[in-house]
Design a protein around this ligand. Sequence first.
Ligand code: PGA
Length: 252
Amino acid sequence: MSRRPLVAGNWKMCKTRAEAVAWCTDLTAGLADAEGVDLAVCPPATALAEVAAALAGSGVGVWGQNVHQAESGAFTGEISTGMLVEAGASGALLGHSERRALFNEHDDQLAEKVVACLAAGLDPVLCIGELEYARDAGSTEQILDEQLRRGLAQAAPEQVARVTVAYEPVWAIGTGRTATPAMAQEAHAFIRGVLRDFAGDAADGIRILYGGSVKPENAAELTAQPDVDGALVGGASLAAASLLAIAAATRP
Ligand code: PGA
């Protein structure tokens, strides 16, 4: 099955609303470069509605960087799925390694977030990846298997088909080090095998993004791998031109 590539930018805690809107202007001016590739951006929550308005009609997805599993309540600092939808989001990153490492997010909570997103009509983008010591110890597949199985534990098979997975080796995030294309392919093929256990043949339609120091110079060789269906880009997404260059390099 051929999967349409997807390139998403994660700004993390960067950009004011004014900077975010300026980025959208730059992106929409260059969208022809990304033809054939789906695009998405994850702005900080404060800029989400403005980014969604600036990108309305462009086909570019707008995703939250995180979301809470409850509909509302006493969860200071959190944002609900309904709030994201109202602000114009179409999806949400779940379990980014920074959320896991710095904010103690764990797989069981992510399992709840996955189904909360699906119930609200948001596309869940489940991020998984091993720490450096796990790779060195040869336990990458064990970690990926566990994160994926626990993260998808509450989703029905037909719901799993609506999930996007982002494989982000933690040692490659923000470090300038990337997995080799062969390492990425090996991990992505393994992930697709686990997805097959959940979703059967629909696993062939699930997009698995690679993330970790993706830039215009290395995007083509990574995304040329058969199971690498696009990229989740941090630092190199802060300039629209660079995200567009990555999308252009990703085009089949
Ligand atoms: P990076 O971040 O591209 O800056 O390594 C990727 C990510 O955190 O999603």
